[in-house]
Design a binder for this molecule. Sequence first.
Ligand code: ADP
Ligand code: ZN
Ligand code: ZN
Length: 731
Amino acid sequence: MAVPTPLRRCFDYLPGHERPENGWCSGVRVRVSLGRRQVVGVVVDFRMDSDVERHRLKPIEALLDQTPLPADWLWLCRFTARYYQHSLGDTLANAMPVLLRQGRPLEARTRTRWFVTERGHTTPPEQLGRARRQAELLAVLQQHRQGLVASAITAQGFDQAQLRGLREKGLIDGKSEWLAAPDSRHGPVLAEPALTLNREQSDALSALHEGLDRFHPVLLHGVTGSGKTEVYLQLIEAVLERGRQALILVPEIALTPQTLERFRRRFSVAVVTLHSGLNDSERLDAWEAARAGRARIIIGTRSAIFTPLATPGVIIIDEEHDNSFKQHEGLRYHARDLAVVRAQHHGIPIVMGTATPALETLHHAQRGDYRHLRLTRRAGNAQPAMMQLVDLRGRPLRGGLGPQAIKAIGEQLDAGRQVLVFINRRGFAPTLSCHECGWISECRHCDARLTLHRQPHQLICHHCDSRMAVPDACPSCGSADLRPQGAGTERTEETLAEAFPDTPVLRVDRDTTRRRDALEQTLARVRRGESCLLVGTQMLAKGHHFPHVTLVVVVNADGGLYSADFRAMEHSAALLTQVAGRAGRASHPGRVLIQTHHPDDPGLQLLIEQGFDALATQLLEERRIARLPPYRYMVLIRAEGQNAETLQSVLSEGTEALRGWLQEQSMTVECLGPVPAPMERRQTRWHAQVMLTAERRSALHRATAWLDEWLSRHPDSRRLRYSIDVDPQEM
Ligand code: ADP
Ligand code: ZN
Ligand code: ZN
């Protein structure tokens, strides 16, 4: 039995007096007691014997399912738990909708749809005489041959008595339908005609058509705006024609009503979405509709990879390089990687689309594991944007912007165009410092500086969210000369508003988009095309189309250049390329100004002169030489504790023991560390890490499991917490 606990083992229970109709089988949920708690567990195995003495075994207390949870789902969870070395019980709990986790039945909600009968259709409403409201309701329903759902009828002021009245007269009837994805398996697939593909797109589509009935992993590598989405849509059409389902994963931020609209407009089949904005019932409805096969297109963010599918036909990962596909806490899975194994399991195609492939994906494509399809030109007539480096050294800065950028912005605004200013830091300024003594606002709990915010006027730690009032005078020397250092979105917004008082400045960052529809409203305004300035963080770099933007200014490109994380340059280049792709999609060509203090950096120069692909090729070569992923597999063990010495000594002992064991086994796994984490002190705790790398996954996994076991048995293990991150994306 897998029960929701972090412990990496299963528990034995005796069968209770209830029994599923078709006998016990894996995937059935039950209620059991675990210690003093009552939990929902999932049956995963049967045995005639147990390591626990029989009289100490507890019986299953209640049976929650007559039929087991879907087999494809259970398979994926088992794989995930094994691969990421995580508790199966916790994995299952993570992968099911909250309501199932709480023990509710796997049932979706229904509603009633009312429609006129044959007789109701031919009966003139006037015949109803004095039943005036009934006559009005009949007239309304006569106009809706598809029927109306009860909520739409009551919204027009009618009530149950009137519905009942008409039904008793045999004029209308009601039928129950699913709330999510009412059955749509019959009838045409397309609701509007597809676009005529250009040459590159149609070549890509033909290649995809060849692999519809087997595992066919494809990297669809197309510049921003090259029409990848149109290719997905036409591929999905072919999948639907075969009576199968399509699962589409998109980055968190890209699942906008606009994206959905594109799918809903094209197809007449039921589309469901799975994202963090759903309430628990909606999520269960959508999950059930996918499992039952009524939902034919399922679009969701990361966790949607755990959606069961009755008739899987294709998996599509849009913006496959995006970091939001990796979960960075708890169960640290990567949805793209799971999607590949899942597609293999089902024997179906998987398409990974992006303009800036992750080096892992590119490596697979270069080795021939994945088919590599390219779209090199923008669809329609849009021209690629031109990138240019702007040297900031010795230039006066206003809100992070140099004179050249301000001048260029002014020119575009004068021409009535839109400008996007991209800055990777929210808040007003990254630090507050004293001009007299050099004091700097630092977090008391982390090795980090506090960011100055205007709204609310506070110093905030972006790592632990601790907050401090902004001091009037320097806490160290008493001087009143405290100055904000550097620029964040608030400050750039303020500068731009001063410099261009006649143009609306729209800011997009986590602080301005806390309300769900706030981002969508801003984007809708930008799409209308009036001249405006858009200031924002990387939220703006992902998947949105800004056809009227002709200039993009990147306030500072230097963040990724000298970081401890070996992926920093890759991420930074992908981000710059993505930001550049937002501009100049329509008739006006776009320009991108990239401000930097390191205009001679060879990486940046290669990116500007030859583009992302050339840089990626070089980065891959560097990784090969440095023996880093994707040339080696990696596991990171992160540990934290209140006491720095205990942390250090336990980890040192552990790695020492591991090295001894590896030698005994003559296994070639490299073990680095323990070393302090990049931010050693965070939330008042000390952080350190151990890195394991190997050429072979099996060896790496065995070594990880061994160290995990060793750590969990250590007498001091209660005093520290640790986690295992397989294929870590952040160091
Ligand atoms: P990507 O997903 O690669 O960024 P999209 O699929 O969003 O690109 O396409 C960019 C724009 O080009 C969209 O407005 C889309 O409607 C248009 N487009 C794509 N393919 C074609 C085509 N074959 N003919 C005309 N317009 C197209
Ligand atoms: Zn001071
Ligand atoms: Zn902090």
